[in-house]
Every structure is written in C-alpha cells, then in structure tokens.
Design a protein around this ligand. Sequence first.
Ligand code: TMP
Length: 209
Amino acid sequence: MSARPGRFITLEGGEGAGKSTLAAGLAQALSAEGRTVTRTREPGGSPGADAVRALLVRGDAERWSVLSEALLLAAARNDHLERAIRPALAAGHVVICDRYSDSTWAYQVAARGLDETAFHALSHLIAADTPDLTFILDIDPDIGLARSRGAGLGEDRYERMDLRFHATVRQAFLDIAQREPQRCAVLNAAHGADAVLADALAVLRTRLP
Ligand code: TMP
C-alpha cells in the first residue's frame, strides 16, 4: 500500500461495462461514510486533458497512428495527474478514476500493437502513479457495445473498431488481473448495477479497510 494519504481506485473494462454507473455508486457509498471523494475519468479529468480527449474519441478509427495516440494519452494523463489526481491524493481524498493506464495497455498495446517498451517508457516519463485498487468490469463485448452505442455523444471512434478488437481488449484486461491479483479485482459486469456495486464494496472493505 502506498504512503500517500488518499486512496487511488481505478475502474477498467470495455465499452458499456458500466464503469461510470459503478463510479457514481462507489462515490455515493464512500461519501456517506464520511470520505471525501474525487471522481474523475480518462482520457480527461482536467481542462487540458479534456481538450486532448476530444481529439482522441472523435473521427476515423485510423485518425492517429498508435504511437501518436499513445503520446496524446500520455500528455493527457500527465496533466490529469499533475492538476487533479496528485493534489486530491495529497489532500487525503479517495480518487475514483474511470479508466487509467490499464486501458492504454489493453487498447494501445494489446489491441493496436503499440510496442511494450514505448508503453513503459511513457509511464516512466510521467511517473504514472500506481492505483491502490483496480476494478476490472468484465463483459461480453457484444453486450457492452450494444449498451454504449446508444449513448449518442459522438464519442464513437473506439466503438467503431471491430468486434475482434474489443475481444482482444477484454482478454487483455483479464490478463492484467491475472498478472496483478493484489491490485486488481474482476467484477462480472453482466450482473445488474446494484449487484456490481455490492461486489465492489465487498472487495473494497476487504482490501482497503
Ligand atoms: P470512455 O468511453 O470509457 O469514456 O473512454 C473513451 C475511449 O478511450 C474508450 O473507447 C477507450 C479509449 N482509451 C484508450 O484507448 N486508451 C486509454 O488509455 C484510455 C484512458 C482510453
């Protein structure tokens, strides 16, 4: 466990897995217990990072080479860490972040073929903080995409990648959980939102009392 006063919790998973619903539920439950919660997301979470998000989530699937995409994500993450995440952790907040570095591993390295050394070099360059706990919301991409395609936000660049891409992303998240069982907990996201929240709270109480 880290020495920083706050706690850093990340939520990961494919499209339509219910991460934002879980983030809202966790924030409400922890606030009710008297914890100060900062809820945030990537790409984005600070004004600069939100501006980069707009470049990443719109347009053609081929808009960016994978290295350019990883550089944009790293710039956004660095701004988010400097201006939002680290100050909140230093103030003792529970930071709940919807997507973080594991998404870069799953989408850019596993699914788009970014060189692993580039991933590690960028993480090292920005000294990316390691989460205390990561929930991996696992769902069949067929079901997840059907849920997320209805959102109509125009943020559909990744949703338009093919089903094989999303199956690779799903497996990559499960592989991360297997490699790092102490940091990660897999939740069955096909369950209803209340059940997923109850599962997450049970894990939270055991792992981060
Ligand atoms: P969202 O729909 O969960 O807000 O995320 C927007 C998209 O950004 C999602 O399709 C996955 C993608 N993404 C990456 O490809 N790599 C990353 O590192 C992050 C944080 C997100």
